[in-house]
Design a protein around this ligand. Structure first.
Ligand code: DGL
Length: 269
């Protein structure tokens, strides 16, 4: 048993997709969330910068005495080395492997699509993870650089004409490829599920990396006997690197409730 909190980070609010599922699966766990809102987006930056930011985010969580670190960010996960858990000194997971496993278990046609930030797609992280699991699968990737700024600014409604136009453009290359499974390879993208589903139809399964990672974390903590011993509801603490009001508003919309927990602003680096 381990009563220390679970640490989760992302460049912004996207990692809340993992938090939402973690709260559902592990209601007695304390969670510390760091959103690097002062430096979002990561996905249009170079690998060296992303790696530096991801290490700083992790160091902050470790300074809060977490028992596990989750990079709930496709971009950070795509640059962190395989040996990162050793660097952390506590169990670590990114979102790539959990999402790749879910996609491989789902596909029937053997064609998996991946959308992500420019960095994630350029690094081919999902493709490598998928081929490690099943070399016969065809992986088609497409970067969607405008999705993160739109989500961070609250443009998530499926009827919004701006979102619709951008999503149609980004999803067009998948038409006629035989893809039956699409990894929403950036944790911000599940907030756009509504419009993506309308464009692709029900035949394509959408894989949510944040939710898959939460399941992975639940299994990992259970397997290693690191769950909390408490039977009372866990607490949630938020840290950001920019305006706390913007974050509370955005996070509230996403978690579909008022954020009553404290949100604290910190400086990194
Ligand atoms: N949620 C991050 C990801 O999964 C957002 C990336 C960004 O900041 O550009 O990739």
């Amino acid at each position: 048993m381990d009563d220390r909190p679970i640490g989760v980070f992302d460049s912004g609010i996207g990692g809340l997709t993992a938090v939402k599922e973690l709260i559902r699966l592990l209601p007695h766990e304390d969670i510390i969330y760091f959103g690097d809102t002062g430096r979002v987006p990561y996905g249009t930056r170079g690998n060296e910068t992303i790696l530096k930011y991801a290490r700083q985010d992790t160091d902050f969580l470790l300074s809060q005495n977490v028992k596990l670190v989750t990079a709930a960010c496709g971009t950070a996960s795509s640059v962190l080395p395989g040996s990162f858990a050793e660097e952390c000194g506590v169990p670590f997971t990114g979102v790539i492997v959990p999402a790749a496993q879910a996609a491989c278990a789902t596909t029937r046609t053997g064609v998996i699509g991946v959308i992500g930030t420019p960095a994630t797609i350029k690094n081919r992280a999902y493709g490598k993870a998928i081929r490690n699991i099943d070399p016969s699968v065809t992986v088609i990737g497409n970067p969607c650089p405008l999705f993160v700024p739109l989500v961070e600014n609250g443009y998530t409604e499926k009827d919004n004409p701006v979102i619709r136009m951008v999503a149609e453009e980004y999803l067009a290359p998948f038409a006629g490829t035989g893809m039956d499974t699409l990894i929403l390879g950036c944790t911000h993208y599940p907030l756009l599920k509504g419009v993506i589903r309308e464009i692709l139809g029900d035949e394509v399964t959408l894989v949510d990396p944040g939710a898959e990672t939460a399941r992975y974390v639940a299994n990992l903590l259970t397997g290693r006997r690191l769950l909390s011993s408490r039977h009372t509801p866990g607490t949630l603490r938020f840290y950001v690197s920019d305006s706390t009001e913007n974050f509370s508003e955005n996070a509230g919309r996403f978690l579909q409730r008022n954020i009553t927990e404290a949100v604290e602003r910190i400086e990194l680096g």
